[in-house]
Structures are given as C-alpha cells and as structure tokens.
Write a protein that binds this ligand. Structure first.
Ligand SMILES: [Zn+2]
Length: 335
C-alpha cells in the first residue's frame, strides 16, 4: 500500500488537470447509471477499504493507467510462494467477473474461513479487477480507442506501441511475475437474456485452455487441470452447467498468450452481458463464478490440482453451436 500512496501523490501533483477532466466526464457515462456494477472509482474505493481492513498480507499497486488516465490497480493478498493472477473486465460490458473477484478478494483479505486461511498461506493471489475501466464506464467491449484489449496480449514486455495500454500494463506486470497460472474472467451472450424468460436451470458458463501451436505443452496440461477442477465444481450443481468455449488459436488472446509464455491459463466465460439480465440472474452468475474461481484457488493451494487428470477435459461438453438443437442463439465468439 505504501508504494501506491506514493504513486498517487506523485500522480496528483503531475496530473491534476487530467484527473479533473476524467471525473467530470464520468458524470454522464452509462456505468454511473446502474447500481449493480462497479464504476472505476467504486473499485478503487473498494480496494482502499480492503487495504484498511485486511487481516492478512495485502498490497495495492498501480501498474499503469488507461488511455483516459484511469488507474489500473492490482491487489495482492496472501503470503504464499506460489503466485496466481486474475484479470476481469477486459471487455467493459462484462462486469460479472469484477463483482465475483472483488467478493473473493474481500473474503481472502478479511475472513477467518478455512478457505481464506488455506489459500492465503499457500498462495499470493494477484487481481486486476477492472482491466478496461474506460470501456467499463461506457459498458462497451473496447477501450476508449476502440481497441479490443483481449487481442493485444502478444506484445513484448516494455512495448510502447500497444493500442491497449491496459493490456500492456498487465503484460509488464505478469510476465516478470511468472505466475503458476492466469485466469481471465469474461461473460458471453447466452441462452436466456431476460430474467422473466429464465427457467432457473441454465446458468451456463464456458471455459477453455490454450490451444495455440506456440503454447507450452506443460502449460496446456496445467490449464486443462484447471478446467477439470472447474468442471467438477460446476457439474451436477443446481443451476450450473459448464461447457467448452469455442475459442480460437491466436496468441494475441490472453488465454493463448500466457500459455505460450509457459503459464497455466484459463478463460472463464459466465453467461450474460450487461444488458442481458436482471438482478436475480446477476446474483446467481456471481455466485457460480465465485464457486468456479474458489475451486481452482483451493485446489492450487492444497496441491490437489496437480493430481487432476488433464485428459478429463474430454468429459466437458462443447458449448451448443449456433443454430443447433438446444441452440446457442448467438453466432459470435466474443472471448
Ligand atoms: Zn469478453
């Protein structure tokens, strides 16, 4: 925390004009008009509050800023030797991961639960809860420059020409960290997009592992273990289903990029974009996504992840295809 306070002081001395412009622009941005999803400032306030209340090792670090000058803050909790990294809301219209991972951060930092103790003793959990704050404030996929942050992960550390400074900040933080794995939280359009139409039994998430030719074989195996862990968590539980996300092979996508760098890597796509669902559905989505994230944290912390059979990813069904029976009603893959 000390580090970030110093940065903030420097920032306010050097960039007071930018800060004022950002604040007044926020007044008219779409994210300000909903209570269900965090604004960038609310994320910052949440993290500062945790920093005051944490009963475990907890640090905040500003790792960069967005195109419009919003802080990109990583929270670290725990004292374990093994580092794991979560990013959420690369796409600003996919805020469920931010809600889910902030709730987990609070538990890890402040709860006396066995889960929180086990995880924070074995691991150091690094979280970038709002990867694309300019997009988030507009409830839009891209950053303020119209760039998809999840197509810019193949830049080298220290690159100055990445059209997503948000993603470059993550690369510059994560690559030297050499985490055991990287988890990337998204949402996808899905079966039900109106709360009133939702029969209550189809909260569908889709996950995936790296498949790029460049991905490291051991990293792929670890990533498949993470997927199997989530599969066993979700399978057979009320209201939750899991399928394999039909994602591509590009190394510019986070899932492939960090696999190619030798880290475990998992994409987690919960169903429902910002406009798709009501409050009750959102609560279920956050609950299911939390359970999936907790499964990989707990199994990494207690070592059972490494006993997982990676070949069991074959048990996970494919996501229903566009136009097929039991249809997935959208064509796009929006990872
Ligand atoms: Zn996405």
């Amino acid at each position: 925390m000390r580090r970030r306070s110093a940065l903030k002081l420097l920032g306010s001395a050097a960039g007071a004009g930018m800060f004022a412009a950002t604040v007044s622009a926020d007044d008219s941005l779409p994210r300000e008009e909903t209570k269900r999803f965090y604004t960038h400032q609310e994320v910052q306030d949440f993290l500062d509050d945790l920093d005051r209340r944490a009963r475990r090792p907890f640090e905040l670090e500003e790792i960069g800023e967005s195109l419009e000058g919003r802080e990109l803050t990583v929270a670290r909790v725990g004292s374990g030797d093994t580092d794991v990294f979560f990013t959420a809301e690369q796409h600003g219209d996919e805020p469920t991961g931010t809600n889910a991972i902030l709730a987990e951060l609070r538990e890890l930092a402040t709860s006396g639960s066995p889960f929180a103790r086990t995880v924070t003793e074995a691991l150091t959990v690094h979280v970038l809860p709002m990867h694309n704050p300019d997009g988030a404030m507009r409830n839009q996929r891209t950053n303020a420059g119209g760039t998809d942050p999840n197509r810019q992960h193949d830049y080298e550390v220290g690159s100055s020409d990445n059209p997503s400074p948000e993603t470059q900040a993550m690369i510059d933080y994560v690559v030297p960290l050499e985490p055991l794995w990287v988890a990337d939280l998204h949402t996808q359009s899905g079966m039900y997009h109106d709360e009133n139409e939702n029969p209550g039994d189809m909260y569908h998430s889709s996950n995936f592992w790296p498949i790029a030719d460049e991905a490291d074989p051991e990293a792929i195996e670890l990533s498949q273990r993470l997927n199997v862990s989530m599969w066993d968590q979700a399978e057979g539980k009320a209201n939750a289903q899991l399928s394999v996300y039909p994602g591509g092979t590009g190394t510019n996508i986070a899932r492939n990029a960090y696999g190619a760098r030798g880290f475990g890597s998992i994409l987690n796509e919960m169903t429902g974009q910002t406009g798709d669902r009501g409050e009750r559905m959102e609560g279920q989505m956050v609950r299911i996504m939390r359970n999936e994230n907790r499964a990989i944290l707990e199994e990494t912390a207690d070592g059972t992840l490494l006993e997982r059979d990676p070949d069991r990813v074959e048990e996970i069904p494919d996501r229903p295809g566009f136009g097929e029976a039991g249809d997935w009603p959208w064509d796009a893959t929006t990872e």
